[in-house]
Ligand binder design. Structure first.
Ligand SMILES: Nc1ncnc2c1ncn2[C@@H]1O[C@H](COP(=O)(O)OP(=O)(O)OP(=O)(O)O)[C@@H](O)[C@H]1O
Length: 381
């Protein structure tokens, strides 16, 4: 349900945020700021958890210094709650309200009553951060502030927070269908697995949430791509970050073919198998230095030269296939005659990925190697 976070501006906020801001944490000083609660239907399973809990221990590095004056600090839009209010909402955190436990604390279902004229209730999920892992008030405040700036249909919304005594609680909108994980793994025998179209829709919606965090949120929150090591670990944790970025991006191209909305536009499974077989049999040099550039071909008989930026380029003299080259971190370079033509639309990207995967497959067959089906079996033990 969650994702990794890395906010460029966190460090700066920490520095700029003085004790005056800290006072906002104290609900008793902040009574007048309570907003009305507007209940709405919450049914979208493909929302990403806002993941504040992960910030506290997993994202201490890689933060850049940005200049953000205190006057530029936005006010925290999230509501403040007292422990008494949250306890009442969750019926004193009783076991019946318990929804689940993540790496950073327990989550309880709650019911909040609005302070408007008519009595309106809103279902919420209350995350109780582990006391052992607590940050200081300032860090907690900054993270609440960051989360309260992010709003998107495919992100779980932070409604408010409580910092009372040694308690740190986050109040999120309640997702009635629970975690996506519950619908994918360890299904009870009587539960139907999700159908293909639903899976595609969930993946597309989750991608929209990530796209917002990366490209549209202001300032951007880059849960995945700010830390390349994490990115690689997400692909296959057993590889412990040793996944070659070039292979990763190639595999992502294949994956992008498979999640096209139009069923007719999705590739046949045999093409997918062929492309993946080809990738699985590529040899990657994990020890290559940063700045190293490679071709997509994977051939060994390549010559190197220096590019303008001082990086090493591998030249394949045998054929001039795509002309696309990749940095060792997976960044794409294009040295073809259309070098400067920018591909801007996602559709073009998709088409290119499909064409490229097919090309890998054809390349594989042309070389008369074992059939794709067989090699796929081989590579999967
Ligand atoms: N907003 C929510 N609405 C409904 N249920 C939720 C909500 N947030 C969390 N839960 C429930 O609580 C469980 C724990 O969620 P949490 O986000 O803390 O951890 P996680 O994402 O499953 O794992 P981890 O934090 O270890 O990566 C989820 O599996 C889900 O069942």
């Amino acid at each position: 349900m969650g994702c990794f976070w890395c906010f460029d501006f966190k460090e700066e906020l920490l520095r700029e945020n003085n004790s005056k801001e800290e006072e906002k944490l104290n609900p008793s000083l902040n009574r007048g700021q309570r907003k009305e609660i507007h209940p709405h239907v919450l049914s979208n399973m493909s929302k990403l958890s806002s993941g504040i809990d992960r910030l506290k221990t997993r994202n201490n590095g890689g933060l850049r210094n940005l200049s953000m004056a205190q006057k530029d600090m936005p006010n925290i839009a999230a509501q403040t709650f007292t422990l008494r209010e949250v306890a009442a909402a969750t019926k004193n955190f009783r076991p019946e309200s318990f929804l689940g436990e993540g790496g950073f604390g327990r989550v309880y279902k709650g019911r909040l009553e609005s302070t408007g004229q008519a009595s309106v209730f809103q279902a919420v999920a209350v995350k109780q951060l582990d006391k052992d892992g607590h940050q200081g008030n300032r860090e907690f405040l900054v993270e609440v502030l960051m989360l309260s700036l992010l709003h998107h249909d495919n992100l779980v919304n932070l409604i408010g927070y409580c910092a009372d005594g040694d308690q740190r609680l986050l109040v999120y909108e309640y997702m009635p269908l629970g975690s996506l994980e519950d619908h994918l793994l360890d299904l009870p025998p009587d539960k139907e697995p999700l159908d293909w179209n639903t899976r595609i829709k969930i993946a597309a919606d989750a991608a929209k949430g990530l796209e917002y965090l990366h490209d549209k949120a202001n300032p951007p929150a880059r849960p995945l791509f700010n830390d390349r090591k994490k990115h690689a670990k997400l692909v296959d944790p057993r590889l412990n970050g040793q996944y070659p970025m070039r292979g990763l991006y190639q595999a992502l191209s294949v994956a992008s073919m498979c999640i096209q909305e139009e069923a007719a536009a999705r590739p046949h499974i045999r093409d997918v198998v062929t492309a993946l077989s080809f990738l699985a049999n590529q040899s990657y040099d994990l020890s290559s230095a940063p700045g190293h550039i490679r071709t997509l071909s994977g051939d060994k008989d390549e010559k190197t030269t220096n590019d303008e930026g001082g990086g090493r380029i591998l030249k394949n003299e045998k054929c001039g296939r795509s002309g696309r080259k990749w940095e060792s971190d997976g960044t794409e370079r294009d040295d073809s005659p259309t070098k400067n033509a920018k591909v801007t639309t996602r559709d073009l990207d998709r088409e290119r990925a499909v064409a490229e995967a097919k090309m890998w497959g054809e390349n594989w067959r042309d070389k008369g190697r074992p059939s794709a089906q067989e090699s796929f079996k081989d590579t999967n033990g």
